[in-house]
Design a binder for this molecule. Structure first.
Ligand code: ZN
Length: 181
């Protein structure tokens, strides 16, 4: 089970926290020794897209760690105040500078080991003029037989790409839910 134990100090008063099971709870939380504040930690949402132009998919080469120099689909952490679709659009703009029309939800992938859930939407590119942001070295379109499978940054991206090409061959796009071990 995932146990991050990463909160060392209280977000309310700054005193040290200890991990213990609060009353009426069933798992350990970071509890403040000063004010008693209980800090809940929950999985983080990662949102992204599979941007497509004709028979090609847009990938971004990462300019940041982890996996700098490896290829990824545009994706990042969902922010407060936005829906998963809005976050996916924003990340695609920030990382690739790509104009897209968002299509259906495509993959929902649990990465329990690191406490994350990844959501990828299919997306139709509106043109091929990209303007990558500082987190991206380059943005490039790939046909299926050109995908650099050995240089894909993350399992969730690899699985999403495999599902995409499989569904495209069958001519039916479904929602794929899976667990990454
Ligand atoms: Zn406190």
């Amino acid at each position: 089970m995932f146990e991050p134990r990463r909160i060392k100090h209280c977000r309310a008063c700054g005193n040290p926290t200890t991990y213990r099971v609060p009353n009426d709870d069933n798992r350990e939380r970071a509890v403040c020794g000063g004010c008693g504040e209980i800090h809940y930690e929950n999985p983080i949402n990662v949102v992204g897209t599979v941007p497509v132009w004709e028979d090609r998919v847009l990938l971004c080469r990462r300019n940041i760690e982890p996996r700098r120099g490896f290829w990824t689909l545009p994706a990042g952490f969902l922010e407060l105040g936005e829906s998963t679709a809005e976050g996916a659009l924003r990340e695609t703009d920030e990382e690739a500078g790509a104009r897209i029309e968002l299509q259906g939800l495509f993959t929902v992938l649990n990465v329990v080991r690191v406490g994350q859930v990844h959501f990828f939407y299919r997306a139709q590119l509106q043109d091929t003029g990209f303007n990558p942001g500082p987190e991206t070295i380059e943005a490039q379109l790939f046909r299926e037989d050109e995908i650099p499978w050995e240089e894909i940054a993350f399992r969730t991206v690899r699985d999403t790409l495999r599902h995409y090409f499989e569904d495209r061959r069958r001519g039916v796009f479904e929602v794929h839910v899976g667990d990454i071990s």
